[in-house]
Structures are given as C-alpha cells and as structure tokens.
Design a protein around this ligand. Structure first.
Ligand SMILES: Nc1ncnc2c1ncn2[C@@H]1O[C@H](COP(=O)(O)OP(=O)(O)O)[C@@H](O)[C@H]1O
Ligand SMILES: [Mg+2]
Length: 274
C-alpha cells in the first residue's frame, strides 16, 4: 500500500500541477496540525494573469472556511495553493506559523485530503481504491470508512462487493458512487485538514444528498476549506469569504452577509429562484 500511496501523490501532482514544486534542501517534516492555517497577503498569477489578489485569511484548527463567488473568481486556484498544486506568486501560506515551503511537500499533503468534482480513481477493486492513500488498510477499517462515506450499501450491491473491479477511472460506477469512494478514501486517510472543491456538483439530487451527508460526517472534528456551488451547504461555515475577480469583496457569517445585502445576498437569491 505504501507504493500505492506514493503513486497517488504523483498522479495528483501530474493532474493538478503545471509547476514542479521541489522541497527546499532544509525542508522539515510537518508532523501534525495543531493551531491554524494562515494565508498572508497571498497573490497568484497564471503567467502574467493575476487570478488571486492579496488574500488574507485564517482557518483556526477545527473551523470551516468557505469560499464562494462566480465561476472564474479564483476559488479553486486559491484552494489549490494549500496542497501546493501551485506555489504563491506573492505572500505566504503558514501552517502552525511556518511557511508551507519550509516543510517537505509530502508531509504537508499527508495532513490533508482533497475532494474535487473529478474523483481520481484507478482500475482496481473498490477496496484497493479506498485503501490507496491510507497508512493502515484492514478490511474492517475500509468498511468503516465506506460506512461513513455512505458507500457501504451500494458496495454490497455490486457483484463482488469490496472486491469488485471498478474499471478504468471508475467507469463502472455512477458519478455519486465515484464521489463517495473518494470520500471513503479521505476518511480512511484520516487527515486533520480537508479541502472540498465543489465536491457535490455534477450529481443528481439524490446522490448529492448522500454525498453531502458523507461530507458532513467527514467534516466533524476537522479543519476545512470548502468551495460549494450550492450555498445552502456552507451556511454554517465559521467564515464565508466572497471572491470576485480574485479579491475578497465580502466576508463574515451567513447571517451577517445576508444582512449586508450585498453580493453574497445576490448569489443566494439567484440560487433560490433556480
Ligand atoms: N491552469 C490555468 N492556466 C491559466 N489560467 C487558469 C488556469 N486555471 C484557471 N485559470 C483561470 O484563472 C481564473 C480563476 O479560475 P478558478 O480558480 O478555476 O476559478 P473558480 O474556481 O472560482 O471558478 C479563471 O479566469 C480561469 O480561467
Ligand atoms: Mg473552481
């Protein structure tokens, strides 16, 4: 399994990272996550195209920060800076007070799981796909993770249960099933930090409900950076950050932002009439 976990790290890098991020020769291991994640004056440009502009935000341990804004506002780019799929162009990102560039890349990524709308799955069994990034992989632990992810029931209905091969990139599964497998993988990996990037878009209402429930289970006790296309799913976030063209234009809790009667309120109203 160690081999599988190295492989998935590499594949995530290839899929997400146009830049090669290298460990500094003096990099230290991030051994755990204790206090906070902090973005300090963070900007990022693709070439000379700035897409994230002077962002300041703190996610204290155990809290949830949500990013909202129109398509193209820079939400995914901002979230991708934390696992270093890209490196900041200006400013710094700190974990427990230290710049993430001073830690080894592998040890930073070990502290987080990332669930996006495009699950990364392999032509392997269901159990193999869940166990991929985890340090321990007993059948009991795999089943427990699948239960948390609302996946156990559908897995039992497959011809070979946990031993069922899911096909190339999970082609024998529905979108919601693929999503729940990657959530089970994240649950089994059991990292303190979660990054969820529109994890439930592209799903029908029923599987969205099951996936959202799985995500809520997984978010208990963890520190999360969440991007949700459906604003109802982030109304309980500790802080909601509203991005427009890479800048923070509003921030606060749901009720505060509604009371401000600004861009966030407009986004919420747009969704209600749809
Ligand atoms: N790999 C890339 N290369 C160049 N431009 C990109 C790349 N990814 C995203 N962009 C651009 O950066 C801006 C922000 O994109 P993104 O972070 O995906 O926004 P959001 O997640 O809010 O929809 C958009 O204008 C998008 O076209
Ligand atoms: Mg996005």
């Amino acid at each position: 399994m160690r081999k599988g976990s190295a492989a998935i790290g590499r594949i995530e890098e290839i899929l997400h990272a146009p830049l090669v991020v290298e460990d500094s020769p003096t990099a230290v291991e991030l051994k755990g996550f204790e206090h906070s994640i902090e973005f300090k004056n963070v900007s990022f440009s693709y070439g000379d195209q700035p897409v994230v502009k002077n962002i300041n935000l703190v996610i204290p341990k155990g809290k949830t920060v949500a990013l909202v804004g129109s398509s193209g506002a820079g939400k995914s780019t901002l979230a991708d800076l934390l696992p270093r799929f890209h490196d900041v162009t200006e400013g710094e990102i700190l974990i427990d007070g230290r710049n993430i560039k001073e830690y080894t890349l592998a040890s930073v990524r070990k502290q987080m799981s990332i669930v996006t709308q495009e699950p990364i799955l392999f032509n392997d069994t269901i159990a193999g796909n869940i166990a991929m990034a985890a340090p321990t992989t007993s059948p009991e632990a795999i089943e427990q993770a699948a239960r948390t992810a609302n996946a156990h029931e559908f897995i039992l209905r497959k011809e070979d249960g946990y031993a069922t091969n899911i096909g190339d990139r999970g082609s024998k599964l529905s979108g919601g099933e693929r999503q729940r497998l990657t959530i089970a993988r994240a649950v089994l990996k059991n990292p303190p930090i979660l990054i969820l990037d529109e994890a439930t878009s592209s799903l029908d209402t029923e599987s969205e409900r099951l996936v959202q429930e799985a995500i809520n289970n997984m978010m208990q006790q963890r520190t999360s950076l969440v991007i949700a296309h459906r604003l109802s799913t982030i109304r309980h976030a500790d802080e909601i950050i509203v991005l427009q063209k890479g800048c923070i234009v509003e921030r606060g809790r749901h009720e505060e932002l509604i009371a401000q009667n600004g861009f966030y309120k407009k986004l919420v109203e747009l969704q209600e009439v749809r």
